[in-house]
Write a protein that binds this ligand. Structure first.
Ligand code: AMP
Length: 216
């Protein structure tokens, strides 16, 4: 199964992607996650990407395309994958179509997570992540078991630098300028399936399963 998740930051794509990919045994390919790991490791790509990410801006196209191209060619992606965070605008969308054609692959589902801006600000403003294991918490909805740590050992809970209110507003602005047209492109080509992503995690998961089918 080859699937793309589209939607604003904070729509819950990462949470649902983790659930779906563990049920299906396919890799969850999140461009944001790949870039954050590159930053943590201080690789040349990470160093180049950091300034853009801190401000909530797009990392340059060539960098992201190279990451996705390389990742899709890894062995574990041969039978399927879930892309989360790519493509993010029309330019990336057409490069992605070309890449799929080159690889002789096609997309099974493009799923759009629909949620209002104010809900995004509420969700992301309270989001905290464990710097070491990547587990995600929310100050209001799912606080960490022990204040400041995820409880798994020598871990530290932090706020992502792009989850400050200013960066969130900027990410939403960039999203509506850049990604809305791509969503409309998928919608008008008849290949978009929309999920109301404002509700509870389990309800959204059932919707994703309904669209993707419940098989392996
Ligand atoms: P995310 O985890 O998907 O919210 O992505 C976090 C940040 O990574 C974004 O705000 C961008 O700075 C960068 N990023 C992730 N995916 C892309 C992409 N497809 N194109 C450009 N920048 C990206």
């Amino acid at each position: 199964m080859r699937v793309v998740f589209l939607g604003p930051p904070g729509a819950g794509k990462g949470t649902q992607a983790a659930r779906l990919t563990s049920k299906r045994g396919i890799p969850h390919i999140s461009t944001g996650e790949i870039l954050r790991t590159a930053i943590q490791r201080q690789t040349p790509t990470g160093l180049e990407a950091q300034g853009y990410m801190d401000k909530g801006e797009f990392v340059p196209f060539e960098i992201v395309l190279r990451l996705v191209r390389d990742r899709l060619q890894e062995a574990d992606a041969a039978e399927g994958w879930l892309l989360d965070g790519f493509p993010r605008n029309l330019e990336q969308g057409s490069a992605f179509e070309q890449l799929l054609a080159e690889m002789g692959q096609s997309l099974d589902h493009a799923i759009f997570f629909d949620v209002a801006d104010e809900e995004v600000v509420r969700r992301l403003g309270g989001r905290r992540v464990c710097e070491t294991c990547g587990d995600t918490f929310h100050l209001e909805f799912s606080p960490p078991p022990v204040e400041g740590t995820c409880g798994k050992g020598d871990c530290r809970i932090i706020q992502r630098s792009d989850d400050s209110e200013e960066a969130i507003r900027n990410r939403l602005r960039v999203y509506s300028e850049e990604t809305d047209p791509l969503v409309e492109h998928y919608r008008s080509s008849g290949s978009l399936q929309t999920i109301d992503a404002s509700g509870a995690i389990e309800g959204i998961e059932s919707e994703v399963d309904r669209i993707c089918g419940s098989g392996p």
